[in-house]
Design a protein around this ligand. Structure first.
Ligand code: DP6
Length: 348
């Protein structure tokens, strides 16, 4: 290295931003993440694949508070407590350990997605927190490292670091090797102009968290292993379908993968059932759309709400059909959205 060139600073010596704000969008998995091989490192059992949305962003700011004795966390204008607070503090502890500091932080996070309704608010939440906290504490991480970090807050958050279609690699080998390999990356696609019609049939919090439900399913469901191995084949087929820009194949694979995941839960002992009567009503309307020649395919997460994949050109018609099926529900049309990004750093 030439002596007159500035030497890159080690992460620890970099001046910290002290305050940073980040925005992240939720993602919906077309090949689901369900089941962990390591709870502490949040290493999944299977690879998963998702689309990051252009609706329901989360905005999170992190300000270092060296004078404070504890972290102060506000979620949607209310002081966080219990499990929600513990998860944010654990995450900040991880960031602090890497930054080599014990400084506490003030965290303020605003969701525009109904929290806990199976609409992936933890994905946008922890992706935004990872980007903001890494900047505030001066970690200097690239997108891959941010994805790895976001994963520790909530597995699906690793995918929201990137925009568009994204694969999250499960990682393999020893826990240390898998920790490095378990991160997301964008997936190449052909000419697709997709939309996801989101039907919120119940915006209330879910009775069982996805974290608890997936652990219980892995532990007790005789259908878990068959689903996990079929999911590997689904992912390979999904990559081919995305490259070919074949929305019908993408939709068929996504729908069977999601129904299979729910089958694993229904077979758990005792069963975990997120699907509600209104969910099935929406599924019927999707079948009817297909009978009328509209390619529309459903996917559901840890909640009763349904996301319908279709062509953007068909989205208004699909939204209308779904709204007619569940008049009390709320229907949104989403497209592919951007990855998580810093929106402000120390006022810059
Ligand atoms: C059904 O990412 O919320 O939405 O890692 O325990 O925080 P933790 O789980 P989380 O699980 C999401 C499960 C899912 C499927 C998916 O998004 O792939």
């Amino acid at each position: 290295m030439r002596a007159d060139l500035p030497t890159p600073l080690a992460a620890r010596e970099r001046p910290t931003a002290r305050r940073a704000t980040a925005v992240a969008h939720p993602n919906i998995a077309l090949i689901k993440y369900w089941g962990k091989r390591d709870e502490h490192l949040v290493l999944p059992r299977v690879d998963s694949l998702s689309m990051t949305l252009d609706v329901f962003p989360t905005t999170t700011s992190v300000r270092l508070a060296p004078e404070a004795g504890q972290d102060v966390v506000t979620l949607d204008g209310r002081a966080a407590d219990g499990e929600a607070l513990r998860r944010v503090v654990d995450f900040l502890d991880l960031v602090r350990a890497r930054a080599g500091t014990t400084h506490r932080a003030v965290v303020d996070s605003e969701n525009t997605v109904p929290t806990g309704a199976g609409l992936a608010s933890s994905a946008s939440g922890f992706a935004a927190l990872a980007v903001a906290a890494a900047a505030a504490y001066g970690l200097g991480l690239d997108a891959t490292a941010l994805s790895r970090l976001a994963r520790r807050g909530s597995g699906s958050a690793s995918r929201s670091v990137f925009g568009g279609f994204v694969v999250w690699h499960a990682g393999s080998g020893t826990p240390q090797e898998a920790d490095l390999g378990s991160c997301a990356e964008p997936v190449p696609t052909g000419a697709l102009d997709p939309a996801l019609v989101v039907a919120v049939v119940d915006a209330g919090p879910k009775p069982v968290s996805s974290r608890t439900a997936m652990r219980h399913t892995v532990d007790t469901s005789p259908l878990y292993e068959p689903w996990a191995s079929s999911s590997k084949a689904d992912l390979a087929e999904m990559r081919t379908a995305l490259l070919a820009g074949d929305i019908e194949a993408v939709g068929q694979i996504a729908e069977r993968n999601a129904l299979g995941m729910h089958a694993t839960m229904l077979a758990a002992r005792p069963a975990v059932r997120y699907l509600a009567p209104a969910t099935l009503t929406v599924l019927d309307s999707v079948l009817e759309l297909r009978r009328d020649g509209v390619p529309a395919y459903a996917t559901m997460d840890a909640g009763p709400n349904v996301k319908v994949l279709c062509r953007r050109a068909d989205a208004a018609r699909v939204a209308e059909a779904v709204q007619a099926a569940v008049p009390a529900g709320t229907v949104h049309i989403a497209g592919p959205g951007p990855g998580a990004r810093l929106s402000d750093e120390d006022g810059r």
